[in-house]
Ligand binder design. Structure first.
Ligand code: PRP
Length: 213
């Protein structure tokens, strides 16, 4: 039987994903938090797991380098990758928001928006006929309005602590986010039975978690 390849976003989603997999009996004993290993195999299930940077997961899946991926909805929206999004895994919940010190940015003709998500920001404002200029940053986005680099930010808020501790607050909500299981469109046809069986098991585990809540 052929191996199913799955790309998992490194970082926050790894532990929750491996816990969910353990609930359906799929384990990767070779994995440890400290290891720098990037490929893990379960020969019984014939599943190969690769750890990649979250922003790269949509690319791996869209281009068929792997059959499936697990990644945050933020990365899917930002990449616009053409993949099947089949399961909302229910963890990694957070929101994409506009945040600022105050409402002054709303009165600007073309406010400057600092973000790690320029495509999401442009789409959100464009759909409302509000022109913006985006500045793409790669982290600590909350700093930008504090030092006058931008008028507001588009970023993820989870607990709200980072915004609060930096004197910012949510002014607009853009989207609810969480971890998603996505599938390459060709793989879904050519490996339909393998993949749908796996997806059904994952969906059942998610459903039974929700039923327990
Ligand atoms: C993310 C996000 C916010 C923070 C939100 O950043 O960009 O900065 O988490 O979380 P909170 O609402 O629970 O405070 P991340 O930790 O990934 O680091 P980064 O700023 O370096 O991107």
């Amino acid at each position: 039987m052929e191996y199913v390849e799955l790309a998992l976003a490194k970082g926050r989603l790894v532990d929750s994903t491996l816990e969910l997999f353990a609930e359906i009996g799929l384990v990767f004993p070779g994995y440890s938090k400290r290891s720098r290993k990037l490929v893990f195999t379960n020969d019984e299930w014939r599943v190969r797991l690769v750890l990649v940077k979250s922003a790269d997961v949509p690319t791996y899946v869209e281009r068929g380098a792997v059959d499936m991926g697990i990644v945050g909805k933020d990365m899917l929206l930002e990449s616009g990758a053409l993949v099947y999004e089949l399961v909302d895994l229910g963890f990694g919940s957070c929101k994409m928001v506009v945040a600022s010190k105050n409402e002054a940015y709303r009165r600007k003709v073309k406010p400057v928006v600092a973000t790690k998500y320029p495509a999401i920001a442009q789409t959100y404002f464009r759909e409302q006929g509000r022109p913006i200029e985006t500045i793409t940053l790669h982290g600590s986005v909350e700093l930008a309005p504090l030092i006058g680099l931008s008028d507001c930010i588009v970023d993820i808020v989870e607990t709200g602590t980072t915004l609060r501790e930096n004197g910012l607050h949510v002014t607009e909500e853009i989207a609810d986010l969480s971890a998603r299981l996505v599938v390459n469109r060709a793989s879904f046809k050519t490996k339909f039975e393998r993949l749908s069986c796996f997806i059904d098991q994952v969906q059942a585990a998610v459903d039974s978690r929700e039923a327990r809540l």
